[in-house]
Write a protein that binds this ligand. Structure first.
Ligand SMILES: [Zn+2]
Length: 314
C-alpha cells in the first residue's frame, strides 16, 4: 500500500533514491543517525518534551514530560531499526526513549533559537538550549518514553552485526521457517534491521533468488548469505547509509547498489539486465542470471532418499 503513495518532492537537489517503491531507513541509515546525534546528546540533561503531533508519542505526553524532566542522557544506541536513548533520573531510576523513524523520520539536534524544520513532530529540550527534534513528514514515526524498553524491543530479532549472529544461527532461523527467503529476512523478529534495500543487496551478493524457500538452503548457501548480509550492512554503514527521498540526506550507498532500484540496468557481475518483480508484497530487484532458484542439492540427479540423507548429514 505504501507504494501507492505519491513520492515526495526532492527539495534539496541531492541525488536520492526514487524508484517508484518507497525506501525507508534501515540498519545502516539508523546507525548513521545514531553516530551523528550521539556526541551532541550524551551527558546532557533533559529539560522537557513537547509533542506537536499527538500520535507520534506512544503514551501520555504529560507522563513523558514528568519522567524525563531532569534526566541525564547516558547512552545513545541502536537496536534493529530503533534509536535508543538511555537516561537516568536523579532518583537513579532509568528511563529509555525509543524512536522508530519508520518511513520518513529523521532526528536533528539544533539550538532551540533556530526555527524548527517543517514537519517537526516532537522536541526534547536539553540543558544549554539545544533541542532534539524529530522531523517526520509522513507521520508514521513513533516515540516511546518508557521504564521498560524490553516491552517494546523484546520481540526484535538478532543483531546481524553482533557476535551472536553466526552462520549456524542463521541456518537455524531459516530452517525453522518455511517461507520465501525474502519474507523471512524482512521479518524484524528474525533478523533485526534489514529492510527492502539491504535484503535485495544481500541476496544478490549471495547469488540467491528471493523466492527460494528458507528451509531449502544448504549449509554453504547459508554461509554465503551470512557473509553477504554482513558485508552489505558494513558497506552501507561505511557509506553513511543511502540517501532516501529528500527526507534522509544520509550518505552515498545508493551509488553502490548492485540491483536495488536498478531495473533494466546491467548487473555489475554479468551485464544481464536487472529485473524488478514483486516478492513478499515488496518491489524486488534481482539479476535473473546470477540469482537462479537452486536448492543446495539440485546439481545432478539425486534421488529423494539421497537428498534426505544429505540434508540430515549437512
Ligand atoms: Zn548477474
Amino acid at each position: 500500500m505504501f507504494g501507492a503513495l505519491r513520492p515526495l518532492q526532492n527539495r534539496d537537489g541531492l541525488r536520492t533514491i526514487k524508484f517508484g517503491s518507497i525506501a525507508v531507513p534501515e540498519l545502516p541509515e539508523v546507525e548513521t543517525t545514531v553516530g551523528r546525534i550521539r556526541p551532541k546528546l550524551v551527558r546532557r540533561h533533559i529539560a522537557g518534551i513537547e509533542c506537536s503531533w499527538r500520535r507520534t508519542l506512544c503514551g501520555s505526553p504529560a507522563t513523558a514530560a514528568r519522567v524525563l524532566r531532569g534526566a541525564r542522557i547516558e547512552a545513545v544506541g541502536r537496536r534493529g531499526k530503533f534509536v535508543r536513548i538511555d537516561t537516568v533520573r536523579a532518583d537513579a531510576t532509568r528511563v529509555a526513549v525509543l524512536i522508530h523513524l519508520r518511513m520518513s523520520g529523521r532526528l536533528e539536534v539544533q539550538p532551540s533559537s533556530f526555527a524548527r524544520p517543517a514537519h517537526t513532530r516532537l522536541c526534547v529540550a536539553l540543558d544549554g538550549g539545544d533541542e532534539l527534534r524529530f522531523v517526520d513528514a509522513r507521520k508514521f514515526g513513533r516515540v516511546w518514553v518508557t521504564r521498560e524498553p524490553e516491552a517494546v524491543l523484546g520481540r526484535v530479532g538478532v543483531e546481524p552485526l553482533s557476535d551472536g549472529f553466526t552462520p549456524d544461527l542463521l541456518r537455524c532461523l531459516l530452517a525453522g521457517r518455511s517461507r520465501v527467503i525474502k519474507s523471512v529476512l524482512l521479518d524484524q523478529a528474525v533478523v533485526a534491521g534489514l529492510g527492502n534495500i539491504y535484503v535485495d543487496e544481500s541476496l544478490f551478493r549471495a547469488r540467491l533468488h528471493p523466492r527460494m524457500r528458507s528451509d531449502r538452503l544448504s549449509r554453504r548457501q547459508c554461509e554465503r548469505l551470512h557473509r553477504a548480509i554482513q558485508s552489505a550492512l558494513r558497506d552501507g554503514i561505511a557509506a553513511n547509509g543511502a540517501s532516501i527521498d529528500w527526507v534522509y540526506p544520509g550518505g552515498s550507498m545508493q551509488d553502490r547498489f548492485a540491483v536495488y532500484g536498478r531495473g533494466g540496468q546491467p548487473c555489475p557481475a554479468c551485464q544481464t539486465a536487472v529485473v524488478r518483480m514483486v516478492v513478499a508484497q515488496r518491489g524486488t530487484h534481482i539479476c535473473p542470471r546470477c540469482q537462479r532458484i537452486r536448492t543446495g542439492f539440485s546439481r545432478g540427479h539425486r534421488s529423494t532418499r539421497n537428498r534426505r540423507a544429505l540434508r540430515s548429514n549437512s
